[in-house]
Design a protein around this ligand. Sequence first.
Ligand code: 13P
Length: 246
Amino acid sequence: MRKKLIAGNWKMNGSLAANATLLDNLRAGGAVGCELAVCVPAVYLSQTQSALTGSSIAWGAQDVSEHESGAYTGEISATMLKDFACGYVIVGHSERRSYHRESDELVAIKAAQVLKSNMTPIVCVGETLSEREQGHTDAVVIRQLQPVLAAVSSRLSEIVVAYEPVWAIGTGKTATPDMAQQVHAVIRAALASVDVHAANTIRILYGGSMKPDNAKELLAMSDIDGGLIGGASLKAADFLAIASAA
Ligand code: 13P
């Protein structure tokens, strides 16, 4: 049985003052029946670590450098993130793929870096609206996943995958539970082609306008093992309501 994971992606939001309130409220939310994590801007990792240490909520980052160290101005390495006890690191978010032109191959190297520092990569895949309309959804997510499967095959069971249809991110449009389930099943079959046992244990999260009022039906689908939550993770009440739906 896969334990559900509800992970917040704060994106480029927050301030010391706002985070303090949000993190306190999450901590005060008490035990929920699933795993909870927040992926925060890197400059707030220290604050998040202080606020959440000793709680059951994990924390992590939203990106990582593909390099280990050296002259890469502005980059943050996996070992640096590990210094702040990150449990998770998002890689390949569609905003990084589109605004920073991250390729499938680069995302795979980043996933491997995260594993090397013994953290869990949350590998994001998902199609654009025009790719969906042309019937290319399955091919796109498999293409995005392929280099990752090759790069991390020996530690495949340690990754988390997030299916985030680009057209559903921050738009208020959500994939229906059936649409999401269909793609999750395609992803799980691709994982199984490398390692059947790992495919059964890997959590595949859904992301894209998941909210308290649609979380329950999405999370009821057999291959949806949690959520990667953007906007709704910035309000403790909403984030915790999604967690209780899980
Ligand atoms: P929203 O929940 O705001 O649509 O964002 C989803 C997302 O991109 C999480 O990584």
